[in-house]
Design a protein around this ligand. Structure first.
Ligand code: PBG
Length: 325
């Protein structure tokens, strides 16, 4: 055959292949989400997330050294508190002795070159599991919720977090949090905003992990984005850019690669993507059935998330992948 283009020519040249790779996953791209519990001793496995644990502060401090040794330096902390500490207003979020604030102080005492990210949202602390305070009508009250988030951002900053990450999807919260941080001298604390957070069914295992679902499904469609809405996602990203976010995040990751790609093209801020609990657990579930290879699928899905445009990736696979890179 007289073919003017034979792309396979290079594909067959094994030695050249690494040079032609357009993207490589790096350990430096990865952020590990970590659950911190105020009830467990050392660590407790989460059934729906194989290989993921709820950690006690002591257990976590020891484990961080292992993670650091395999090249992980960035961690997003999520609290998991007992039901007695939950109330409709999520007041425990404003207790400076609450589990994640205590954990960051301990970690910072022992380790110097880590990035610690505080997830800002009320759902780990509210008895109903919503990300905010409910008004009389049963809807999440935007502005009251933001007041709480600003206060908890300040406690997070005072406790030693380097980055705060509002994951609540209230309107206008990035500007208010930035303002509260700056007024109190925390100019250097960065905001990683969950800008385009979709109302996804892939959060199920996470809600088990922080015990926020109490076995009832929660409808968060009054604040999280409709999975069908690309243009609305771009609006949310643009608003967070204007309000002063340092990093824009899209969540979940793999089902929303089009949004990641468009965000990378449109905005000059770093783009983060969160490969969420359900994306993790579905690979594991198929792996356990013998239908998929967990490590290969994890690597492929993260590579594709990076190819779409993510500079940073939050993933529960971070430990496994970092060991293999
Ligand atoms: C809520 C929050 C959620 C996740 C991170 N922060 C779940 C939700 O919106 O209900 C999900 C993370 C995951 O599924 O891994 N503030």
């Amino acid at each position: 055959m007289n073919l003017s283009r034979r792309p396979r020519r290079l594909r067959e040249l094994t030695a050249v292949k690494p040079m032609l790779k357009e993207f490589s996953l790096l350990k430096e791209d990865l952020i590990l989400p970590v659950f911190v519990s105020d009830t467990c001793i050392e660590k407790v496995a989460i059934d729906s997330m194989p290989g993921v644990y709820r950690w006690s502060i002591e257990g976590l401090v020891e484990q961080i050294e292992n993670w650091q040794n395999i090249g992980l330096h960035a961690f997003a902390l999520f609290p998991c508190i007992s039901d007695q500490k939950k109330c409709p207003e999520g007041k425990e979020a404003l207790n400076p002795e609450s589990i994640c604030y205590k954990a960051v102080k301990e970690i910072k005492r022992r380790f110097s070159d880590l990035i610690l990210i505080a997830d800002l949202a009320l759902d780990p602390f509210t008895s109903h599991g919503h990300d905010g305070i409910l008004s009389a009508s049963g809807k999440v009250d935007n502005d009251l919720t933001i007041e709480m988030l600003c206060k908890s951002a300040l406690i997070a900053a005072q406790s030693g977090f380097d980055v705060v990450a509002p994951s609540d999807m209230m309107d206008g919260r990035v500007a208010e949090i930035r303002n509260a941080l700056d007024k109190n001298g925390f100019h250097d604390v960065a905001i990683l905003s969950y800008s385009a957070k979709f109302c996804s069914s892939y959060y199920g295992p996470f809600r088990d992990a922080i015990a926020s679902s109490q076995n009832k499904p929660i409808d968060k469609s009054g604040y999280q984005l409709d999975p069908a809405n690309f243009r609305e996602a771009m609006l949310e990203l643009r608003l967070d850019e204007q309000e002063g976010a340092d990093i824009l995040m899209i969540k979940p990751a793999e089902p929303y690669l089009d949004v990641i790609k468009a965000a990378k093209e449109k905005f000059s801020l770093p783009i983060a993507a969160y490969q969420v609990s359900g994306e993790y657990s579905r690979i594991w579930a198929a792996g356990k059935l013998g239908w998929l290879d967990v490590d290969k699928c994890a690597h492929e899905s993260l590579t594709c998330i990076k190819r779409a445009g993510a500079d940073l990736i939050l993933t529960y696979f971070a430990e496994r992948i970092a060991k293999s890179l």
